[in-house]
Design a binder for this molecule. Structure first.
Ligand code: ATP
Length: 464
């Protein structure tokens, strides 16, 4: 093997996002690198999955353990790159992100959009680099270059946790070495089930009839009143730790308080300090890297890779859950009204993610409702009675946990209390979304999700 170990490999996905990655690479990135005499090589992806192949080829041509790679594309391009090279041991990938996909969840989490004045003050850090460039960059270009600028200014890149998910049938739980058999999935952005996974699944089916973004709205409407039946167990990293829950009223991580269920029946292996959470769920999403899935949709506001770096914090999986049958508005609704109320509530709560992640601050009214309350008043009075508060005295609507691994076990509806489900449809709780791709848990199977173990200094690091 030979080659310049300092070479920057630029992986360009020409079809990601609005198809502008090649133009930006040639017109902006290349002149900067040439001006600063940084050696580079451009690799353009030719088909789905090709980014991983490019990664493997890079290794075969260079004699080093540290590789510098720029991804000009979206989360999907980086995901495919990770899938392609993740099994290769002993390598450190230092990655520059150039946000040329559609959602750019990881980039926008590392570089949340700022106001114009905030942006100017942040960019001023890099003024000396801009001064050296052949052409003047506009504000948007400067923002898109944030990760490259971090690299050029010799910052230390941040470790990116990778999540491993095994989808196994009950008969294939573990092989002789105690390892999971089954489909093995990697993700670096999101691992979800329930509403989020169903929206992605159904929107794909709608692509031919509704090519624009409206297909996501249609798919959301189709799934927002569904119940997803599963049992979940969340696990801490070791016996000395506990799973924690975010309490918005105290603004701190505390012992779990909305899921008091110590019967270990739903957890196949009895794990010390595991927390069991029984469904049904409407929303279930986990991430260990992003606070947002697109620039303004801050669905997991407590997740921060930058914070972890500063606090020397252990890596966690952050889990965001909505269980509609905890909601007095829904449990007290007449059967014929439940669908509409459940759907409206889901949009109301999840919609608050667009207000800088305010959904995690919503609380139920503190008044204790009885499930079969008969003295219904008119709609207006009822609306007021059940209206949500922000950091009020009641329990949080959205349950946010942090753990080290978890299991999602779909449950047959026949095993559940049918009365509670009355008026609501049953969703497909076997669907799993990993970084946007949909997978299915085999019948009677389980999804086991955990953070990948990594030797210090190896794996994926991103410039932030
Ligand atoms: N030359 C190519 N032709 C067709 N598809 C390609 C090619 N190169 C890569 N792809 C596919 O393009 C897909 C989309 O890329 P990517 O996910 O980066 O962009 P996006 O979906 O627009 O953004 P995001 O994931 O941030 O929402 C990738 O999943 C990959 O499979």
């Amino acid at each position: 093997m030979s080659g310049n170990t300092d070479i920057l490999h630029i992986i360009v996905n020409p079809v990601a996002g609005h198809g502008k990655a090649s133009e930006f690479t040639d017109g902006t990135i290349v002149p900067i690198l040439q001006h600063l005499s940084i050696p580079y090589q451009i690799h353009t992806t030719s088909s789905p999955g090709n980014a991983g192949m490019i990664g493997r080829n890079i290794i075969s041509k260079q004699n080093t353990n540290v590789y510098k790679v720029a991804i000009v594309g979206g989360d999907g391009t980086f995901h495919e790159f990770i899938e392609g090279v993740n099994e290769l041991q002993g390598i450190r990938w230092e990655v520059i992100l150039l946000p040329f996909g559609t959602a750019n969840a990881l980039f926008s989490s590392l570089f949340p959009p700022l106001s114009s004045s905030e942006n100017s003050s942040r960019i001023s850090t890099y003024q000396s680099i801009f001064d050296k460039l052949p052409t003047k960059l506009d504000e948007e270009n400067q923002y898109q270059l944030s990760s490259l600028l971090s690299y050029l200014s010799k910052s230390s890149p941040i470790c990116l946790p990778i999540t491993q998910t095994v989808l196994s049938s009950s008969s294939a739980n573990a092989n002789n070495n105690g390892e999971d058999n089954g489909e093995n999935i990697l993700s670096h952005v999101v691992l979800s089930t329930s509403l989020h996974a169903s929206i992605l699944n159904d929107s794909e089916a709608l692509r031919s009839t509704h090519p624009g973004v409206e297909r996501f709205k249609i798919a959301a409407k189709q799934n927002s009143s569904k119940l997803f039946h599963a049992n979940v167990s969340l696990h801490p990293s070791n016996n000395d730790e506990i799973v924690e829950q975010w309490d918005p009223r105290e603004s701190k991580w505390v012992k779990p308080f909305t899921s008091i269920n110590n019967d270990n029946a739903s957890s196949p292996k009895e794990i010390k300090n595991a927390i069991n959470i029984n469904g049904p769920f409407s929303y279930f999403l986990s991430t260990s890297s992003v606070d947002r899935l697109e620039p303004s949709f801050v669905i997991s506001p407590l997740t921060s890779l930058r914070q972890k770096q500063e606090d020397n914090d252990n890596q966690h999986i952050y889990v965001t859950i909505i269980r509609p049958l905890r909601d007095p508005l829904i449990t007290s609704a007449k059967t014929e009204d439940r669908k509409e109320k459940t759907s409206n509530r889901a949009f109301e709560v999840i919609g608050n993610a667009y207000s800088n992640g305010n959904h995690v601050n919503l609380t139920y009214p503190a008044y204790k409702f009885s499930k079969n309350e008969e003295n219904k008043t008119d709609d207006e009075a009822e609306g007021e009675k059940y209206s949500l508060e922000v950091k009020g005295e009641g329990e949080p609507v959205v349950e946010v946990y942090r753990c080290s691994s978890f299991e999602w076990i779909p449950v047959d509806i026949a095993d559940n209390d049918k009365k509670e489900n009355e008026g609501l449809d049953i969703g497909n709780s076997n669907l799993v979304c990993a970084d946007g791709a949909i997978h299915s848990i085999p019948a009677d199977g389980t999804a086991r999700v955990r953070l990948e173990d990594r030797k210090e200094g190896q794996g994926f690091y991103v410039y932030a």
